[in-house]
Design a protein around this ligand. Structure first.
Ligand code: BG6
Length: 472
């Protein structure tokens, strides 16, 4: 639709940005924090470990002051499970509670709404040893952690996100360093979707608990959603895109919103003898979840074509460049889209298409919890970072959010990735995303001082004009 007039961003639109604990905080074993799976994993060769990151644990005041200077209305950060419960269950660590109280209070001091992710890729190592999400008890572990958070922070935190990118954990666990397969596992697909099932039940129970304990709070999931295009208008390709959309996107949202398994995914699991086992009460718990909004991360779309079942697509695990699943879909390189320096396709229009599709399927307010450009940034001698490419990326993407609003989609906010430079999931410190530059290299920690990038000043202007002024 070509609009004659664009609707404005809502007046209480939540402009902000995101980070996650294990990528930004550092101090990974300080003040009683226990190790998470991220602290014990083998990091990819040539990339930094996660011991110091951007050192936000010691510099949160400075970071939040800079966010306030940009005019943030919200800050999305995650709570490290092992800072609160070092062993995942059992004793609460008072220092951990104190730290997040300080972060929350610091945000509120500036009128910044804390938007808390409850789980961002950092399963306690102690629970990893007990089978992680593969253990049925993981549902109770997570609900207990949720309860501790609601009790301690619920008086001030009004917006909660359950599990960051559950679909990426399921589809690309090895890339993130989170997949836990029991020894001797003979049906990997069944094991992975059993873990996924436990996460779905845990999420639904946490949402219900939130509503019970904190009637004024809002809670939602935060999957990575991006529309899958068919490679052509061949009906076979359209069916392939439906398959991949179901596996990549709708499984997670159909369950979060309606409490049911997506039928295409379920049939595929049935055929592979991989349907998850339901414990008593699961079906009911899944029906009782009810998110208040949908948080979602968007980086790029995917494209695929028909797979006739004869190809060997095994070994495909990276959802960004997915090779496909035999008999379901085959990955296809979309030649209409440019890519980032790290090979990720850039598709602003796909952002609008994704928002429209999601809103028409679920009719819940949408909150962008990630979107952004990973790039090599350079700090000049006079302390500047000229990241025009990032400004351009945001101009293109924020324009599409406005068009989606004009299409009638209800949008709550926009929190790109990331507020501050941090360590990427598997490509180290050199892949920078922040508005705030952190002076460190992959292995040389340097000063860890903060610098305002050009995009910092630009975003400040965008927020001040409530998205009206996107100019350079
Ligand atoms: C999302 C994650 O997948 O994308 C973040 O929620 C991550 O944790 C971000 O950092 C960017 O991905 P990457 O791999 O470039 O760090």
């Amino acid at each position: 639709m070509i609009h004659k007039t664009l609707k404005p961003f809502p007046k209480d639109f939540l402009w902000g940005a995101s980070t996650s604990a294990y990528q930004v905080e550092g101090a990974n074993l300080e003040d009683g924090k226990g190790p998470s799976c991220q602290d014990v994993k083998v990091v990819p060769e040539g990339t930094s470990d996660l011991t110091v990151c951007a050192d936000q644990y010691h510099r949160y005041k400075e970071d939040i002051a800079l966010m306030a200077e940009m005019g943030f209305k919200t800050y999305r950060f995650s709570i490290a499970w092992t800072r609160i419960l070092p062993q995942g269950t059992g004793e609460v660590n008072p220092k951990g509670i104190e730290y997040y109280n300080n972060v929350i209070n610091e945000c509120l001091k500036y009128g910044i709404e804390p938007l808390v992710t409850m789980f961002h890729f950092d399963m306690p190592a102690a629970l990893d040893e007990r089978g992680s999400w593969g253990n049925r008890d993981s549902v109770d572990w997570f609900v207990n952690f949720a309860k501790v958070m609601f009790e301690n922070f619920g008086d001030r935190v009004k917006y909660w996100l359950t599990i960051n990118e559950q679909n990426v954990l399921t589809l690309s666990g090895p890339v993130i360093g989170t997949l836990h397969l029991p020894e001797g596992c003979t049906n990997e697909l069944k094991e992975i979707y059993q873990q996924n099932h436990h996460m779905l039940v845990a999420q639904a129970k946490a949402m219900a608990l939130c509503h019970e304990m904190l009637p004024d709070a809002k809670i939602g999931p935060a999957p990575n959603i991006s529309l899958v295009y068919p490679a052509s208008c061949k009906p076979e390709d359209v069916l392939a895109a439906q398959n991949f959309n179901a596996i990549r996107n709708w499984l997670y949202l159909d369950m979060a919103v309606y409490g049911v398994y997506n039928n295409i995914v379920w049939s595929w699991l049935e055929e592979n003898d991989a349907t998850p086992e339901f414990a008593e009460g699961d079906a009911e718990a899944l029906k009782n979840g009810h998110p208040d909004f949908i948080g979602f991360n968007y980086y790029n779309t995917a494209t695929c074509e028909w797979s006739d079942g004869s190809e060997d697509l095994s070994g495909a695990s990276d959802q960004q460049t997915s090779k496909g699943i035999t008999g379901m879909y085959k990955g296809y390189r979309n030649t209409h889209l440019p890519t980032t320096e790290f090979g990720w396709e850039i598709d602003p229009m796909g952002f609008r298409a994704t928002i429209r599709e999601m809103y028409s399927r679920y009719r819940l307010p949408l909150l962008v919890t990630e979107n952004g450009l990973g790039a090599y940034d350079t700090l000049t001698e006079d302390g500047k970072v000229h990241d025009q490419y990032r400004i351009r990326y945001y101009q293109d993407h924020i324009s599409q959010v406005r068009l989606a609003i004009s299409d009638g989609c209800e949008m709550l906010g926009y929190c790109p990735w990331s507020a501050v430079d941090l360590i990427s999931t598997h490509e180290g410190m050199v892949k920078r995303y922040g508005f705030i530059y952190v002076d460190r290299d992959e292995f040389d920690l340097k000063t860890l001082d903060r610098y305002r990038k050009d995009s910092f000043y630009w975003y400040k202007k965008v927020i001040a004009s409530n998205g009206e002024d996107l100019s350079d």
